[in-house]
Design a protein around this ligand. Structure first.
Ligand SMILES: *Cc1c(COP(=O)(O)O)cnc(C)c1O
Length: 325
């Protein structure tokens, strides 16, 4: 699959869907028996194209999809994707109708969202599956373990908050599963298991439990539960000895459009932040920060030309970079 970054310049990205399929298959071989894989395709599939990545991952055995927003889920449905889709992030009132309309599932961590989703589901005549999101140590978005005995939580998990909400899952998210050494995952897992046990004894445990991102999936089999939520690993972007070898799925390509030979002491680019120390050849490549080539990479990045690395010199411009060879 090729996507044009610009239709006016010879700059494009190539996404290797075979690499996505192979990464999914490799990770699946590491899952505990009975654990399913959710392919996380938020932010347009980490920039790779959500619909194409979703289809490739499902072909390779992913059972579900994860997105950040209802709009992302709606776009998958509009493209004909029918697999279960969970909205992983918080949702706002104006997004609740989309969740029901497009048959998505949603994570919830507060009573107002649960109530709003129930109202939207009733209005659309469509039951919405909800996953209770616990904050076991990420410190970002989620219900604290000690808040799990609130009446609305119990009502939700009993299926009594509304006939239009189906208690579908219990989830948490790890903050440090990729850290070496890892200061927090063990504690987070213990807190999650504690809630799981409490809910099990009261008969309130939902059927689907999930916690692991790519790093936890690779490093901690004890976090697999019903489902693992894999993003980075799909795209070949999580490197760790504990992970199966992955294939990067994206290449960003362009062409050299200009070359000039310059003497020593020659200033290059905005701000004259680079000066040649010896006679050099400076190449112009038509990609810049308007394309997402970050300006912060000025004078501190490299490009591959015919397999060799060359430094990006001078500031990254809006639509050009300069390279010294
Ligand atoms: C983005 C996200 C993931 C995937 O994380 P990776 O590190 O990319 O595998 C999993 N769970 C949640 C809740 C997320 O937001």
């Amino acid at each position: 699959m090729t996507a044009g970054v610009s239709d006016r310049r010879p700059t494009w990205v190539e996404v290797d869907l075979e690499a996505i399929r192979s990464n999914v298959a490799a990770i699946r071989t590491r899952l505990e028996p009975g654990t399913a894989l959710m392919a996380v395709v938020k932010a347009d599939g980490y920039g790779h194209g959500a619909v194409a990545v979703a289809r490739a991952a499902l072909t390779a055995g992913a059972a579900r999809l994860g997105v950040a927003t209802p709009e992302e889920g709606a776009a998958l449905r509009e493209a004909g994707v029918t697999a279960p889709v969970l909205v992983l992030g918080p949702t706002a009132p104006e997004q609740w109708p989309l969740v029901a309309e497009y048959g998505l599932e949603a994570a919830v961590a507060d009573a107002a969202t649960a109530g709003g989703l129930a109202a939207a589901a009733r209005q659309q005549g469509r039951v919405v599956g909800v996953h209770l999101k616990l904050d076991t140590g990420m410190g970002r978005w989620g219900l604290l373990p000690e808040e799990c005995d609130r009446p609305w939580v119990e009502a939700l998990l009993r299926g009594r908050l509304s006939p239009w909400l189906r208690p579908a899952g219990l989830m948490t998210h790890f903050a440090t599963a990729d850290a070496h050494p890892d200061p927090g995952t063990r504690d987070q897992l213990a807190r999650f298991l504690d809630v799981v046990e409490r809910l099990r004894t009261t008969g309130l445990l939902p059927g689907c439990l999930h916690a692991a991102n790519t790093a936890a999936t690779c490093r901690y089999p004890g976090t697999h539960f019903t489902l693992v939520r894999v993003g980075l690993g799909l795209y070949g972007l999580y490197e760790d000895p504990a992970c199966p070898a992955q294939r990067p799925a994206l290449r960003w390509l362009s062409r050299v459009v200009f070359a000039k030979d310059v003497p020593a002491g020659f200033a290059v680019g905005y701000g004259a932040t680079y000066r040649t120390s010896a006679p050099a050849r400076i190449l112009t490549v038509p990609v810049g920060y308007a394309d997402g080539y970050r300006r912060a990479l000025s004078n501190r990045h490299e490009v591959l030309i015919r397999g060799r690395r060359y430094p990006v010199v001078g500031r990254v411009s809006m639509d050009q970079i300069t390279v010294a060879v």
